[in-house]
Design a protein around this ligand. Sequence first.
Ligand SMILES: Nc1nc2c(c(=O)[nH]1)N[C@H]1C(S)=C(S)[C@@H](COP(=O)(O)O)O[C@H]1N2
Ligand SMILES: [Mo]
Length: 186
Amino acid sequence: MASGPLPPGQRWVAAPIPFDIGPVPEADLSRFRLRLFGAVERPRELSWDELLALPQVEVWADFHCVTGWSVPDVLWEGVPAGAIVDLVRPRPEVGWVVAHGREGYTTNVPYAHFLHPGTLLARRMNGAPLPPEHGYPLRLVVPSLYAWKSAKYLQALEFLPALRRGYWEERGYHDVGDPWREERYR
Ligand SMILES: Nc1nc2c(c(=O)[nH]1)N[C@H]1C(S)=C(S)[C@@H](COP(=O)(O)O)O[C@H]1N2
Ligand SMILES: [Mo]
């Protein structure tokens, strides 16, 4: 629950600053689908109710944006990434996960970070449903990496053997993005 130390080159702020490549997309839980596909044994498409039936966790984590701000002690609640792994069974050659946002955003996450115990598919933030501008109804949260890897408006996770760059990575952001190593750009 306590905030960790501040990664190099960061400063604390009170709340995350919404950052989007486009307008916040509309959301309708009755039509929600999360597509899980790629190099997996069992591709799946989950409805909102099916997502709620999976294991749920609470994760307290600091949130580090590559532009220099960090938010201490964000409480996230949702489905641990490990439950998704158990469900779809990624093939042994998987090395990357590409997260897709509904508005077209993508980001590539190293599979090793996806497997970190703190990584989750978050439905709630600080005790309430995700606010629209923070990813409603679902976002990936990867606390071990800079915030751009935490894709909002999550609609699909794609498991891949080789690196395929996402939106910011194609534009020069780091493929991994570890804040402790200051992996901002490449
Ligand atoms: N779908 C989607 N997810 C996204 C983005 C985006 O534009 N679209 N921006 C990323 C970036 S660059 C950052 S810094 C964080 C910001 O999270 P926040 O908007 O909740 O503060 O979201 C990340 N996730
Ligand atoms: Mo960002």
